[in-house]
Ligand binder design. Sequence first.
Ligand SMILES: Nc1ncnc2c1ncn2[C@@H]1O[C@H](COP(=O)(O)OP(=O)(O)OP(=O)(O)O)[C@@H](O)[C@H]1O
Ligand SMILES: [Mg+2]
Length: 236
Amino acid sequence: MADASPMVIMEGVGKVYGNKIQTRVLWDINFRVERGEFAAIVGPSGSGKSTLLNLIGALDKPSEGEVRISGESLGTLDDEGLARLRRQYIGFIFQFHYLLPDFTALENVLMPFYVAHSAPTKREVEEAKELMERVGLKDRINNRATDLSGGQQQRVAIARALAGRKPLILADEPTGNLDTQTGSEIFRTMRDFNEQDGTTFLLVTHDPRFAEQTDRVISVVDGRIAEDRAVLHPSQ
Ligand SMILES: Nc1ncnc2c1ncn2[C@@H]1O[C@H](COP(=O)(O)OP(=O)(O)OP(=O)(O)O)[C@@H](O)[C@H]1O
Ligand SMILES: [Mg+2]
C-alpha cells in the first residue's frame, strides 16, 4: 500500500537552528512530490535548500510540521527506523562525492551493502556492475576511486546512490564542482535513470540550464517556497 503514496509530503515544515541563539531558516513548507518526478530546487545561497533536502532525507529533524516519505511519517520513527527508511528509499549525491579512496569503484558502489550487512550478495554485486555499466564506467570497475577523473568519480557516486534500487535520489549541487561539459553529462545520466526507471529526483542546482531541463522548479527564497512551477518542454 505504501507504494501508492506520494514519494514525499511536506506539511507545515519549519526549521530553527540553535538553542540559545535561535535562527529560523525554514517557514511553513508545504509540497508533495509524486513518484517519478524530476524536480529542481533553486534559490540564493543561504536560502535553505540544503536544510530542506536534509529534512527530506531524514538526516535532520524539522522543528515543526511533518515529513512523509512513501507514506511513512518520519516523526513517528526512532533513529533505527530512520536509518532503515533511508536504506530502503533514499540515495544521496553531494557536490563532493565522498568516495572512499582506498577502495575500487565497484567496492564504493557496493558500500551501502557492506554497511547494511557485512558482505554484498551475488545479486547485489551483479546490480552494482550493471549500474557501473549504465553510468558508462563498465571498464573502470576495478580502478581505485582516486584513479578516476572528477566526472567519473561523480558517476560512481550516482551508481552508489542508486544501489539497492532506491526510489528517491536527493542530489545537492551534484554538478557544482564540475566543468560545464562534464556537468551536462552528469545531469543527463541522472535524467536517463529518471526516464528509464522512474526514479524520483530532487536536484538542488544553481544552474538555470539544468533547472529548465527538469519537470518542475521549486524556488526557495529566505526559507519559504517562493515559486513552485511546472517546466514546459516544447518538444513534448
Ligand atoms: N547546522 C547549522 N546551524 C546553524 N545554522 C545553519 C546550520 N546549517 C545551515 N545554517 C544556516 O541556515 C541557512 C540556510 O542554509 P542552507 O545550507 O540550507 O542554505 P543553502 O540554500 O543550501 O545555501 P547554498 O546555496 O550556499 O548551499 C543559512 O543561513 C545557514 O547559515
Ligand atoms: Mg546548500
